[in-house]
Write a protein that binds this ligand. Sequence first.
Ligand code: NOJ
Length: 553
Amino acid sequence: MNPADTSDLWWRTAVFYCLDVETFQDSDGDGSGDFAGLARRMDDLAALGITCIWLMPFQPTPDLDDGYDITDFYGVASRLGDLGRVVETIRVAHDRGIRVVMDLVVNHTSDRHPWFIAARRSKNSRYRDYYVWRDHPPRKQQPTVFPGEEASTWELDERTGQYYLHSFYRHQPDLNLGNPEVRAEIARIIGFWLKLGIDGFRVDAVPFLITAPGSPNEKDPHAFLRELHRFVGRREGSAMLLGEVGLPHDQQLDYFGTAAPELDLQFDFVTAQSAFLCFARGEAEPLARALASRPEVDVSQGWAMFLRNHDELSLELLADDEKQEVFDAFAPEEDQRVYGRGIIRRLAPMLDGDPRRLRLAYSLLFSLPGAPTLFYGEEIGMGELDTSLRREAVRGPMQWDAGRNGGFSTAPASRLKRPVATGGYAPEHINVHDQSRDPDSLWTFISGLTSRYRSTPEIAWGRLSVLDAGDPRVLAHESATDEVAFLAVHNFSAEAVTVALPGWGAGRDVTVLLDSSSNTAPDAAAPDEEGRLRLDGYGFRWLKSVPPSSVPG
Ligand code: NOJ
């Protein structure tokens, strides 16, 4: 595809960076991160090479689900700043060529949202039908997302004697998206943030949005997402919708839209979970299988790749025995697991802080087709906090330098919402200041990856195929356009291997783009005449082949 035709599809080649303003940078010493702090850190993010920030929820909230429980969709939590600061921060980001998307959390509100307060006052409230009510909880209920914390998805409202639906916590009543007035409210919310300069939305909990039981929506469940996409496109042609759809690939296809476009991008949960199975086994087959099950989507649509995010590393798309393998490898302690499905750890400690394995993991993240998404702190290999914090264990303060509170805040430590990491992952060992000056650090490696990724558009635009490298420990995948072929080879095992890709690059000009071993001589890094490639334990290599240059005269 001609790059000129694709330049408006910026999300296909974005490098996303998810952060929570609250834990990123405190500018006024009150112990909470804020928008002014984020704006000040924009140059650090530009230096890392990311191209789009994803802001976790920053609106007013009782904060019982880390902000995913909103009381005012048009506001800003006062400890984080105000609308003026948000607009300034977006301007500062845009000035550096960085886009800004935000969480769109409209499956539910907080139970302290004025709509719900009014709705539960009386059955006749004009807001009653903004939520989903039943006289009795249905006999067949969807299982709760938080087993052990919630027993049901229906809660009795004592005053009016009816039950309301809450797919998540009981303090998060589901909005009734079958109600046209609710859909109009959501459109206004989207329109508002687009006018302030937001470039798109990470749509929270998408499958829940379209399955509210009993709503008129049930007849054509995807109508809402189609409507959402049309509306966003009408208001701002370059804005995009990135959806959280934690389902198998074949079911994700429906969320890209069959009748008309719905989501532009979706996180690839299957591939992410399979990557962890590969890390656990030292073998490539799970990823090869996952990539083979990825459906073809329209050119304007695609995948967002990630390894870790702000939630638990859910393993629910793996088979039970596979899930157990990953648990055994990376969450041997019971308190590192939640809800019987996920791991509340960051990547670096899961991989024992081993630089070879971390680099392998991030090389994979950036080489697989799909916009790579980093969770703040991954670029320096931050660790998790005490797992008694449950899901919040992975949401500690960003570690900028070795100083007080890791440079996050000048407030006394007792005023921080979450403690600063201690031990081997404490800021004196792991911080941006030191790593960004160290040519051998993870930060430097990842900033190299962002720049390689950005100058290798074939990764995103090429046709994906998994090649047979003749060794179960090695994944070889190619993204090819008509002219250029990009090849990435990753060895998941600790042993050095020699793989064979006979014919790859034959008769073409081959360049090595990235090599895990800085000791490999450049001519030894490319495949030899028989297509053989040697990789160190946990080694990887990126290659590019183009038609041979014409030799003058
Ligand atoms: C998905 C978010 O990622 C998670 O953190 C949150 O708890 C639920 N949605 C509910 O909003």
